[in-house]
Design a protein around this ligand. Structure first.
Ligand code: ATP
Ligand code: MG
Length: 558
């Protein structure tokens, strides 16, 4: 395998760079901040960073997993573990290359001191607001700080004082001395070090000065000998600063940065801050709630890793910031599950059907064949009994013309079994049907009914004595608006209040009770379901709906 330069502009750039400079493989990195769970947007970056490495693995390509933890805050082991688990689950691996940005605070510090010594950085003791005003704006150049031309010795002493805790938070910063009149605001003497007295999970109270992202990131990349540092578009105008840091610091390698557009998806919010808010406010059951756009949420929902990767590949790497239709993701899930998920039967809204022309206690084994060529898709034997559950939706007293299911006098097949004719029904005082009666037509298992009887279709069923009660969680989109972020009343005002329906009276095929957690299947005629990763057990089967058989939102919008 090799990197295909025709796939996108990033791969094209990497291949051209390797050819031009004569080296064999790229070294990329994926740098999550361990302050939340990974979401589908991260999956896009993972597919690119790890994808490029995987494609060039034979030549030596690798992708580093780097926890970008230069901000002092308490480490959350929960986030660190989940990030690693999610990347592995998606099918990628960093091998030996696991790094922590906070392990090289000394390196950033040495680089900063070096910049000061060469007259390229100075300690500014003005307050933040004053510095903000001095920065100017797009039409006005900045005003130099009165501290800009401090002598090197004084800067060294003051930076040392910052490090020694002689200043309060916000009392001083270290700034790169670049160009206060630059048309790029990021180049107007950006802050590269700040003071914080928060405790750092890795280094404790050793440091009270911390490098800013724009300073630390290129240095981390260079330290790890990253060749291509890929990030999202909002960093494009930070690239001159990235290059400035690489050019002016004593670094062991020369990484290069390129930017691609972030993934945004309709009916979804993606920012970690907003996802955290929903978790903390209890809007969802947790980061891995099956409605969340997190990787672990999608996993719990029953989205196969393959479908997520295929979706990211399909969206592709471009420079256009668009909003991708969530239906594309759902379609990938559907098409992956269509060829991989085993077929089973489950009745979500059970209605009892009694076969009146078979004796009490009658049982007969029938074979359900999904596809003779693909027995692994769920060809299996089931026991048909005198009483079976059918879905409420599959019976109507007064059906419309084209109704292909059961109604008085009509003939339908019990999937895999007999054709039967509906002979009657029982209703309660409110007119609600409580039982349906039918007679099977002998000799119709696997063959047509006699001349003159038209079998309208097949309906799914579960044996009353053998079926197993199950909890079914029907998930739908978490938001009812296409662009929740654009809601003037805030994204929470766009919540779809019907995004979860729990059915507690559903019944499933007997074998499904013993299905392993995360077992994926299609409930015939109903949708794709997964045995809940955590809550499902033989004593209490729980299935989550991953996706319907068809796009019901598209139909609704029409
Ligand atoms: P968020 O904005 O959701 O909080 P982030 O960018 O702060 O995300 P990081 O942990 O810093 O999250 O992200 C790690 C990597 O994932 C970065 O390289 C970032 O560019 C990339 N990334 C984050 N969100 C997206 C997205 N929506 N599309 C593509 N890449 C993304
Ligand atoms: Mg970030």
């Amino acid at each position: 395998m090799a990197i295909d330069k025709n796939k996108d502009f990033i791969r094209e750039w990497i291949v051209a760079d390797m050819e031009q400079k004569g080296y064999t493989h790229p070294i990329t990195r994926f740098p999550p901040e361990p302050n939340g769970y990974l979401h589908i947007g991260h999956a896009k970056a993972i597919c690119l960073d790890f994808g490029v490495a995987k494609e060039s693995a034979e030549q030596g390509g690798v992708c580093h997993l780097r926890f970008d933890d230069t901000n002092p805050c308490k480490e959350d082991v929960e986030f660190v573990n989940s990030i690693q688990e999610d990347i592995h689950w998606l099918g990628f691996d960093w091998g030996e290359h696991l790094y922590w940005a906070s392990n090289i605070f000394d390196f950033y510090y040495d680089c900063a001191v070096d910049l000061i010594k060469r007259g390229l950085a100075y300690v500014d003791e003005q307050d933040r607001e004053t510095m903000r005003i001095q920065r100017g704006d797009l039409t006005h150049p900045g005003t130099p700080s009165p501290f800009r031309d401090r002598p090197v010795e004084e800067n060294l002493a003051q930076f040392e004082a910052m490090k020694a805790g002689k200043f309060p938070e916000g009392g001083a910063v270290l700034r790169a001395k670049i160009d206060m009149a630059s048309s790029n605001m990021n180049m107007r003497d950006p802050v590269i070090y700040r003071i914080s007295y928060d405790r750092h999970h890795n280094t404790g109270d050793k440091w009270c000065i911390y490098p800013m992202y724009d300073f630390a990131h290129p240095l981390e990349d260079a330290y790890e000998h990253i060749t291509h540092s890929l990030c999202t578009l909002e960093f494009e105008n930070h690239r001159p600063l990235y290059d400035w840091v690489i050019d002016n610091c004593d670094v062991p390698a020369r990484p290069q940065q390129r930017e691609f557009s972030r993934l945004n998806i309709t009916y979804t919010v993606m920012s970690k801050r907003k996802l955290r808010q929903m978790v903390e406010e209890g809007t969802v059951a947790g980061w891995d709630d099956p409605r969340m756009p997190t990787i672990c949420g999608m996993r719990r929902r029953g989205y196969p890793a393959k479908a997520i990767v295929a979706f990211c590949e399909g969206v592709g790497i471009t420079k256009f910031n668009g909003n991708t239709d969530v239906a594309r993701l759902e379609n990938e899930v559907r098409s992956e599950l269509n060829h991989s998920a085993e077929r089973r039967m489950a009745v979500l809204h059970p209605l009892k059907l009694v076969l009146t022309n078979v004796p009490e206690g009658w049982e007969e084994e029938v074979e359900v064949v999904i596809n003779p060529e693909q027995p692994e898709l769920g060809n299996r034997k089931l026991t048909l009994t005198k009483e079976v559950w059918i879905d409420e939706e599959d019976f109507m007293v007064e059906p419309p013309k084209k109704y292909k299911r059961l109604s008085p006098g009509a003939c339908v097949r019990l999937r895999g079994g007999y054709c039967m004719i509906c002979t009657g029904y029982t209703a309660d005082e409110n007119g609600k049907v409580t039982e349906v009666q039918a007679e099977i037509i002998p000799g119709t298992v696997g063959s047509n009914p006699p001349e003159g009887i038209k079998c309208k279709g097949a309906i799914h069923w579960v044996s009353v004595p053998h079926g197993v009660k199950a909890e079914i969680r029907l998930y739908d989109r978490l938001f009812k608006d296409e662009a929740p972020d654009a809601n003037p009343e805030g994204f929470m005002a766009s919540l779809n209040t019907d995004s979860l329906t729990v059915l507690t009276d559903a019944v499933v095929e007997p074998a499904l009770a013993a299905a392993p957690n995360e077992f994926l299947c299609q409930f015939e005629r109903t949708g794709y379901f997964v045995a809940d990763r955590y809550d499902h057990s033989p004593e209490h089967p729980v299935f989550n709906r991953s996706v319907g058989l068809r796009d019901s939102w598209a139909k609704m919008n029409k």
